[in-house]
Design a protein around this ligand. Structure first.
Ligand code: FES
Ligand code: FE
Length: 340
């Protein structure tokens, strides 16, 4: 079943918006600190325009379009807990209702004079938006809320690639010793040992991979080699995470992809570590930047750009079984965006 797009001027046949599964997902559009009180911030999401603003502490995410003549609300002003359009200064309250029209100050604004209000949540220091009925909650990252961990954010990283290829890259252990040689693997340890995979549920959680043991010359940017164990989880079609353990030391990474335009994505990452409190955050972030840039060249080169869900396409190894489980699960979710 296909629904009318919440971004009416962007509903072309090839738009990423045409995907019903995507429209029910939560996407990160900004860090909380990117939207200070009193400011309207413009973002792109699923090929459409979104405006973010706050009244008091409450965050709002609306289609960035005034119903009167289509001006961008993000060019307007946030005033007295309301959004004021830059063109004819219609005033919208925090629920998106137009409460004042300066050209006809004595008339009650018509009921249709409303902003298109999206679902929005702030979690892990990120602003998550869903443009239709959410199919679930914002993904749960317990370690990112664990007070015994240090937490930090990375991104957005821009890619000229679609989400499924990016998430599969995140789940791919076979490339660590090659693409990230010297950091997340090396030439002496390219073989991938056996590991366990639990298939995802069609209308529930995605696949899980456990106990993937890998030798890493520099698992976290400290330069100290270690045998690490990865546990991966797919939370949503474009959200995955891992916990990388060295004994009791745990490094969590949540990775979430936001399709901004057809063919373009932004990746955001949430990190939590229960060790390494002495490492400057900028060093940890620089390390991730290096790793992501190594992936970028390869992932943007992949053809077809659409992830093939027919397992007869491309070749699969035993060590690819998390990727296989991801492809099977994507098919079960009914996602059409970024896959073939
Ligand atoms: Fe917004 Fe006229 S276009 S008030
Ligand atoms: Fe990588």
């Amino acid at each position: 079943m296909s629904h009318a797009s919440p971004f009416p001027d962007n509903a072309g046949a090839n738009s990423v918006l045409q995907d019903d599964v995507l429209r029910g997902q939560w996407f990160v559009v900004a860090q909380s600190g990117d939207v200070p009180l009193g400011q309207a911030v413009a973002r792109r999401l699923l090929g459409g325009d979104v405006v973010l603003w706050r009244d008091g502490g409450r965050i709002h995410a609306w289609q960035d379009l005034c119903i009167h003549r289509g001006a961008k609300l993000s060019l307007g002003k946030v005033r007295d807990g309301c959004m004021v359009c830059p063109y004819h200064a219609w005033v919208y309250d925090g629920d998106g209702k137009c409460i004042h029209i300066p050209a006809q100050p004595d008339r009650t604004p018509p009921l249709r004079a409303r902003a298109n209000v999206f679902h929005v949540r702030e979690r892990y220091g990120l602003i998550w938006v869903c443009i239709a009925q959410p199919s679930g909650d914002v993904p749960a990252f317990p370690l990112a809320e664990d007070t015994s961990c240090r937490m930090f954010l990375c991104g957005p990283y821009s890619f000229e690639a679609k989400g499924p290829r990016l998430i599969e890259n995140f789940l791919d252990v076979g490339h660590l010793a090659i693409v990230h040689a010297g950091l997340l693997g090396d030439a002496e340890h390219e073989a991938i040992p056996e590991y366990e995979v639990e298939e995802g549920l069609a209308h529930g959680v995605g696949p899980v991979a456990r106990n993937i043991r890998i030798h890493q010359p520099d698992p976290d940017g400290t330069g100290r080699a270690a045998e690490v164990t990865y546990d991966y989880q797919v939370h949503a079609p474009l959200v995955a995470s891992f916990i990388k353990s060295q004994g009791d030391n745990k490094l969590f990474m949540g990775y979430t992809i936001t399709p901004t335009e057809e063919g373009f994505s932004e990746a955001w990452a949430v990190f939590a570590m229960n060790y390494g409190f002495e490492i400057p955050e900028q060093d940890l972030r620089a390390f991730q930047q290096t790793v992501v840039m190594q992936d970028k060249a390869v992932v943007e080169s992949q053809r077809p750009e659409l992830l093939p869900l027919d397992l007869q396409e491309e070749l699969h190894l035993r060590s690819d079984r998390m990727a296989i489980a991801y492809r099977k699960w994507l098919r079960a979710t009914g996602l059409k965006y970024g896959v073939a």
